[in-house]
Write a protein that binds this ligand. Structure first.
Ligand SMILES: [Zn+2]
Length: 351
């Protein structure tokens, strides 16, 4: 039986986890002592302040990046119907979007009556293919982060550039506390402090262990861009970004009921409504679970437990049901998008 935190269920194998005498983990203690939701009024006040300082002739108050997934779909609804903002949806298109996700985007902007712009992320199309193929030759769980190479480039560079062109003063971001997945960075830093330097050392070490990464210019170039973006993410990126779900609690039932009413759906091969907007995520979660025994699903439910939105036994059941993906679905994604054979990868992982 795996020992788990008495509050959030995170397992004892989670990096740097410790438990106090009540069985509560250090992550829960930190959240309890240092984080409180500022609330809806604070959110309104911060948004109004930014809008009051911007040009009254602006066409849009804000931009929401719409992936067609659960949380960005809800954020678009929230911006339009709750915050009453004049919002532009921005979709970053790539090859790894399930058909249902593309349909969600169309349906939701139509139902909400908001404008949408589409931009293409070819960086992701090229770099993800190269990275997964290289990874598969010598699978290392810490390097699963490279599957999304090019995606962060889209988020941190292509989107802000487009928003600037449109002239909107504000971007709303759908991140929530349960997306602070620090275990992935910890893996790359090999137990050392999570600094950019240690991340780069951990990454470089792994490149040399698996030299096939050097065979693709795209994979290296966009990986390097990711390191640049990590730095930028801490500084001031124009336009101003606000994360509403750090102000108000994200409520699973409320989110699902609102977006389902707008015609939102998800690809059933995903098991879960969360992040069902990208096949690459499915791959990552599958391999994290295989190698570590946990994945983002555990961290997601940990936060819902801290927010007291669900009880422990229900959360454990959800982790078991939603944390795993069927090998058939993974096999198809690996074959169709990457021309990689799952059985080869699993054999190499065992070595
Ligand atoms: Zn905990």
């Amino acid at each position: 039986m795996v020992k788990r935190c008495s509050v959030c269920n995170l397992p004892e194998s989670y990096p740097d986890i410790t438990f106090n005498s009540e069985g509560e983990c250090n992550y829960c203690t930190a959240v309890r002592e240092h984080y409180q939701y500022p609330g809806f009024e604070a959110l309104k006040r911060d948004i109004d302040k930014i809008l009051s300082q911007s040009s009254p002739d602006r066409k849009y108050d804000c931009v929401v990046g719409l992936s067609g997934g659960r949380d960005s779909s809800y954020l678009l609804y929230y911006a339009k119907e709750v915050l009453h903002l004049n919002v532009l949806a921005l979709s970053v298109e790539h090859d790894f979007m399930p058909p249902q996700t593309r349909q969600n985007i169309k349906t939701i902007v139509e139902k909400l009556g908001v404008d949408i712009h589409y931009i293409k992320n070819d960086a992701l199309n090229k770099a993800s293919r190269a990275c997964v193929r290289s990874w598969a030759k010598k699978p290392d769980v810490a390097m699963c982060a490279t599957f999304c190479t090019g995606c962060r480039y889209g988020l941190k560079k292509l989107i802000p550039e487009h928003v600037k062109k449109v002239g909107a003063p504000l971007m709303l971001i759908g991140d929530s506390p349960f997306e602070a997945m620090d275990y992935r960075v910890k893996l790359l830093c090999d137990g050392k402090a999570e600094t950019t330097k240690n991340k780069m050392i951990g990454y470089a070490k792994r490149l040399f262990k698996n030299p096939s990464y050097f065979s693709s210019f795209n994979s290296l170039y966009y990986q390097a861009q990711d390191f640049v973006s990590w730095e930028n993410a801490k500084g001031n990126v124009i336009p101003t970004r606000i994360q509403p779900f750090y102000y108000i609690e994200w409520k699973k039932d409320e989110v699902l009921s609102k977006i389902k009413a707008l015609g939102w759906g998800y690809d059933q091969s995903f098991n879960s409504t969360w992040r069902s907007d990208c096949y690459i995520n499915m791959l990552r979660q599958f391999f994290y679970k295989k190698a570590l025994g946990y994945n983002d699903t555990d961290v997601y439910y940990a936060q819902l437990l801290r927010d007291k939105e669900i009880d422990r036994s229900e959360a454990l059941k959800c982790i078991q049901e939603e944390g795993d993906f069927s090998e058939d679905a993974i096999r198809t994604v690996l074959k169709d998008f990457y021309d990689v054979d799952l059985d080869d990868v699993l054999r190499r992982m065992k070595k």
